[in-house]
Design a protein around this ligand. Structure first.
Ligand SMILES: [Ca+2]
Ligand SMILES: [Ca+2]
Length: 325
């Protein structure tokens, strides 16, 4: 009896474990995250890492299926490829990196970037998948455990001419996979949207424009929907939303953004719009006589469309009193 109960509990425990595992696996994406940073000159990796846009503002992001970036695609850019690499067996592995121009390959001793260290690099440039041009392209033998996730990262900087980047590895039994294929890789760094800059309250004079914006730690795969007072704004589907021209009736409206990516969703904080009445009177900046009693004037001062209306009213009065007697 006791043994039957133990067996039943074990089955329940295993089922929960299995469901938990499969749920986790379903949330993972195979491949390599590629972040590209455009418009940076130079051929050294430092030219990339010293750039103001590195690492949080890549020009573009995509998930690659294998550990190889597209070849001969642009000039003056840098890129970062990150992933978890999962060894199928325990033992000593050797890695190589090939690139045009310079590159650096990091491997962590666990699944965090905190413990990454340089294991290989390209001091000049190589042809695509040219693995043995420089001795520095090859790592020493590194002991890895089967089924463990290790954080791996490649940085590359292209100046001009050809450009490529790939990583291969060799198993303990001397088998080489080049580049490291999809089934050994999981995308690192994907998760629910993480807001790094919340929308802020805006105060604007009527007739002006109000912009609310959010910024994400990683914009990859994210879609946006702005809401006004809890209702979706048609077309408000970018990281920033602009209302223009604003009217007095827009005052106190509340704006927030709902953000979704394949890993989850989040709401931004709510920002409030305050609209101030346009009380600055316009002044006459210039008057021109188009012949006869026809005058045109240009106003200066005031704000937005209302100043033009005020000007026209003032001009009408002025016109009737003094010009059209
Ligand atoms: Ca190029
Ligand atoms: Ca090059």
């Amino acid at each position: 009896m006791k043994s039957t109960l133990t067996k039943a509990l074990l089955i329940v425990a295993l089922t929960v474990f299995w469901l938990g595992e499969s749920g986790q696996l379903a949330a993972q994406t195979a491949g390599v995250l590629r972040e590209v940073y455009s418009g940076i000159t130079g051929t050294t990796v430092a030219d990339l890492t010293n750039n103001v846009n590195f690492p949080n503002n890549p020009t573009s992001e995509e998930v690659l299926t294998v550990f190889e970036a597209p070849t001969d695609v642009a000039e003056n850019y840098g890129q970062r490829l990150t992933a978890y690499v999962v060894p199928p067996t325990s033992g000593n592995y050797v890695f190589w990196i090939a690139s045009d121009d310079n590159s650096t390959l990091f491997l962590s001793t666990d699944d965090t970037p905190a413990k990454k260290r340089v294991i290989a690099y390209v001091p000049g440039w190589t042809s695509s998948r040219e693995w043995t041009k420089y001795s520095q392209q090859q790592s020493s033998a590194i002991s890895l455990a089967a089924g463990q996730r290790y954080y791996i990262e490649a940085l590359m900087k292209e100046g001009g001419g050809g450009d490529n980047l790939a990583v291969r590895w060799q198993f303990p039994n001397a088998t080489i996979e080049e580049p490291i294929p999809n089934n050994r890789l999981q995308v690192y760094g994907l998760g629910p949207p993480q807001i790094t800059q919340q929308p802020t309250n805006v105060t604007v004079v009527e007739g002006g424009s109000a912009t609310f914006s959010v910024q994400l730690a990683r914009a990859f795969g994210a879609t946006y929907q702005w809401l006004r007072n809890g209702f979706n704004i048609p077309g408000g589907t970018n990281s920033a939303y602009t209302l223009s021209p604003v009217a007095l009736g827009d005052s106190d409206a509340q704006f927030r953004c709902y953000i979704v990516n394949p890993q989850g969703n989040t709401n931004s904080s709510t920002a409030v719009l305050t609209v101030q009445a346009d009380i600055t009177p316009p002044s006459i900046a210039s008057v021109a006589n188009l012949g006869g009693n026809t005058f045109v004037g240009a106003g200066r001062g005031g704000h937005g469309h209302q100043s033009v209306e005020l000007f026209n009213q003032q001009w009408d009065r002025c016109d009737r009193r003094r010009l059209c007697r």
